[in-house]
Design a protein around this ligand. Structure first.
Ligand code: CTP
Length: 406
């Protein structure tokens, strides 16, 4: 496990729910405080049967919140502000009950209200009896919250307080601290990761003065490359002809045609993540060495299929990135075409966008996304291409955190 560096300046809101493992939350607070991380705690009514607000408060060196309807708490700090004042919300231990409430969106006390109202990343470390952990309800509830982006630190296996044996013991506080550390290293959470991004159109030469092209501006792909670099990834951007500046902190390779783009992608491998955002021309023609002159007969162009760069990388036996992400530009039947495209291309995630006339997506400054993963689909409402890039990169960060935690 990578050593935890200083978490000075970071703030964790710790929610302690009921369970025999609640005492281990005290050890977690101690470790966080040792790393200079500020900790503010909320204890549920069940949690208070296992640890006292006084002991938690002494370790946190901050006040402890327990009651949603306490006038003092609400006048000093509303529950929305309480969740927003933290960089991360951590639920340790997370009981079967709170996991179920999170999955269902129930907000019937301070802890659950905070969890429903927050816009901050949430980490849960479940702890419960092995049968409760393996119950189909808990399995499905965990699945639901993880799909929504919550980060889980799976429980350990071993003898339990109830005398049974199996998975359900709270993960060691050091392991939870490691996960917190990875999440809180904002701006460095992709350090050590290599990324490839394709962007822009390709130009397929017809003759020395003419080419086939499309309306792609490269804005979405360039924004993704910049956002990955801002999170610390080592990024190679392979760009078709665009009128954008090369993003800072990114190695940019300029190409013209689909074949050049394919060669540049192959040369940039291996990578941990590859995002194929370019609008690659599906066909090229055999270029004429001289300018095609006007004559009585109109010229006929014979199309030759271009290599499918995404499909090749996603199906490669060697050097396949852990996460392969494609885009789909569709003008009709978005969901159906995109779902079929994800399977055909073999990519892990596919971001589909509507490029029908009037959508103003291709060449425009905004985008609306239908994200397809093997777990299902979700809509990302229309916003700037930079905001879409940031949202995608946050998702990529969580993918790698989850891999590291599991
Ligand atoms: N792509 C690629 N190489 C190609 C064509 C497409 O890498 N020769 C990638 C794009 O970068 C994108 C995805 O494949 O991530 C889907 O591109 P899209 O143009 O939507 O689909 P096509 O494969 O061209 O299929 P169709 O034109 O039939 O919709």
């Amino acid at each position: 496990m990578a050593p935890v560096t200083s978490l000075a300046g970071k703030r964790v809101l710790l929610i302690i729910t009921g369970g025999i493992a609640a005492y281990k939350a005290l050890e977690l607070i101690r470790l966080l405080r040792q790393s200079d991380c500020a900790v503010r705690a909320v204890i549920t009514a069940a949690g208070m049967k296992f640890v006292t607000p006084l002991s938690v408060q002494a370790l946190c060196e901050d006040r402890v919140y327990t009651d949603m309807f306490s006038l003092t708490d609400e006048s000093e700090m509303g529950h929305i502000q309480l969740s927003r004042s933290a960089d991360l919300i951590v639920v340790v231990p997370a009981s079967a009950d709170i996991v179920a409430k999170m999955a269902a969106g129930i907000a019937d006390d301070l802890a659950t209200t905070l969890l429903l109202a927050t816009d901050k990343p949430v980490l849960v470390a479940p702890a419960m009896n092995v049968r409760m952990w393996q119950h189909p309800s808990t399995v499905s509830n965990m699945d639901t919250i993880i799909r929504r982006g919550i980060i889980g630190v799976p429980p350990d296996e071993g003898p339990m307080a109830c005398g049974e044996f199996g998975p359900g013991r709270l993960a060691a506080p050091e392991r939870i601290l490691g996960a917190i550390d990875r999440i809180l290293k904002a701006g460095q959470d992709l350090v050590g990761r290599r990324a490839i991004v394709t962007s822009g159109p390709t130009h397929e030469t017809i003759d020395p003065v003419r080419y086939l092209a499309n309306r792609s501006s490269g804005r979405q792909g360039h924004a993704i490359a910049a956002a990955l670099a801002a999170h610390g990834a080592k990024v190679t951007l392979i760009s078709g002809p665009v009128s954008l500046a090369d993003p800072q902190g990114v190695t940019t390779t300029h190409v013209e045609s689909a074949e050049e783009m394919r060669d540049a992608v192959q040369a940039a491998l291996p990578a941990d993540v590859a995002v194929f955002c370019a609008a690659v021309a599906d066909w090229r023609v055999k270029p004429s060495k001289t300018k095609i002159k006007k004559s009585a007969v109109s010229p006929t162009l014979t199309f030759i299929e271009n290599p499918d760069i995404l499909l090749e990388v996603a199906h490669a036996e060697k050097n396949r990135p852990n996460l392969v992400i494609g885009f789909a530009a569709e003008t009709e039947l978005l969901a159906e075409h995109a779902a079929a495209k994800r399977v055909r291309k073999g990519c892990d995630w596919l971001l589909a966008n509507d490029v029908a006339p009037g959508s103003d997506t291709m060449g425009g400054s905004e985008n609306e996304i239908l994200l397809l993963t093997e777990e299902g689909s979700e809509m990302w409402p229309r916003t700037t291409k930079e905001a879409i890039a940031e949202r995608l990169v946050e998702r990529i960060v969580r993918f790698f955190i989850r891999r590291a935690c599991s």
